[in-house]
Design a protein around this ligand. Structure first.
Ligand SMILES: Nc1ncnc2c1ncn2[C@@H]1O[C@H](COP(=O)(O)OP(=O)(O)OP(=O)(O)O)[C@@H](O)[C@H]1O
Ligand SMILES: [Mg+2]
Length: 365
């Protein structure tokens, strides 16, 4: 093969987003593209001309796949079990091995391709969460209706009692507790109904930065009273997107409130927006441009074992919290065909990203 042609093929391979590793029949790594270096956390310098089984001894599944394809000449694929450990990050991948053959059919090695499934797995998790919510929602709506009427009766009776009692009576505390607690139940029920509500988004062009600016303006006082500074970084090129303004307001308000509530000893709230080019949301959706709004705090963070519970209805670590705030956010964002991502480092803070499709308002005229 001519030198230029060689360079041409090398450039093509270097530009492919999937990881590609070629192993010779002797079992040595003969080629590795940058995507494979990044996913496996190994450099070409470390691996080229090194036995694959040695260089990748910490990935026994891959070693086995390569060995089997080399021995049998049969392609293999695994998209459920391979998780690569690269620079502290776990990457679920679809690994495929195919025999590398010369035009005459003689096998001269094995090609291993690795496809990063992170964004697909994240989407699958979001879909599972949405499923769980819809079952729960139906149940909750029924229950909420049943509870609402008797609750109104209890509150009314307690208010009557409060009025009838002597203003100096020690007993006054009791009806007051009853009233306070019925109001709390009422709040839970309203939130539950919100969560269960079948009404989807009503779309119109929404200026995200105006919505965020309004919320931040309203929260400034709360923030400064708690010694929390607020920083924003908006990408001015983001156009109005098609969304339900009232619902998105609720999402951002919930997230910003959570962030402020987390920072009991002061800190910094950062709200930013940016465009994610070509973010892939699952296989069928194709590549869409997404907008990411990120709400980050410098609070205590969430310990890893609690992360899966966050956003599950009724999970709350706060006194008086309903634990429905994030569940509602998740539902709204999913209905907008977006997703919510939580990144948290205990002791450092939490960042919640709201990813929304960048669907622009239809141009009139
Ligand atoms: N920014 C954050 N930092 C740390 N923990 C958080 C953060 N946001 C949410 N959490 C955790 O997730 C839990 C659930 O949050 P969610 O908003 O659903 O309910 P809540 O805030 O407890 O109650 P409510 O929203 O009704 O006031 C919180 O109780 C808290 O433990
Ligand atoms: Mg909350």
């Amino acid at each position: 093969m001519s030198k230029e042609l060689n360079g041409y093929y090398a450039t093509v391979l270097d530009s492919v987003g999937d990881g590609v590793i070629v192993v010779s029949l002797e079992g040595l790594v003969t080629l590795m593209n940058p995507a494979a270096e990044e996913m496996t956390g190994r450099s070409r310098r470390q691996t080229l001309e090194v036995p694959f089984a040695t260089a990748f001894s910490s990935e026994p599944l891959l070693v086995e796949m390569v060995a089997r394809t080399a021995a049998s000449g049969i392609s293999r694929s695994d998209q459920d079990n391979v998780v690569l450990k690269s620079s502290g990050r776990l990457i679920p991948v679809n690994a495929t091995t195919v025999p590398l053959m010369q035009p005459d059919g003689e096998a001269i090695g094995v090609i291993l391709t690795l496809r990063d499934l992170t964004s697909i797995r994240e989407l699958e998790a979001a879909v599972r969460q949405a499923d769980r919510l819809s079952t729960l929602g139906t149940l909750a709506a029924g229950l909420a209706h049943e509870v609402k009427n008797p609750l109104g009766g209890i509150k009314g009776a307690a208010q009557l009692l409060e009025r009838e009692l002597d203003p100096d009576s020690e007993l006054l505390e009791y009806p007051r507790v009853m009233i306070r607690e019925t109001e709390r139940i009422d709040r839970i029920i309203r939130q539950l109904l919100e969560l269960a509500s079948p009404k989807g988004p009503r779309y119109s062009p929404v200026n995200l930065h105006r919505v965020l600016g309004d919320i931040i303006l309203l929260q400034r006082e709360v923030a400064s009273a708690r010694e929390i500074s607020i920083a924003t970084g908006f990408d001015p090129s983001i156009p109005p997107i098609m969304a339900d303004e009232a619902q998105l307001t609720q999402v951002f308000l919930n997230l910003i409130r959570n962030a402020l509530e987390a920072m009991t000893e002061g800190g910094r709230l950062t709200v930013t927006s940016r465009v994610l080019a070509d973010y892939q949301l699952g296989r069928t959706e194709g590549r869409n441009r997404m907008v990411a709004v990120e709400v980050a705090d410098t609070g205590p963070g969430i310990v890893p074992e609690n992360l899966p519970k966050v956003g599950t209805p009724f999970y709350s670590t706060k006194e008086g919290g309903t634990g429905l705030g994030l569940a509602i956010c998740q539902k709204i964002v999913a209905e907008h065909r977006g997703m919510l991502k939580i990144d948290s480092q205990p002791g450092q803070g939490t960042r919640i990203s709201v990813l929304l499709p960048l669907v622009q308002s239809p141009v009139k005229g």
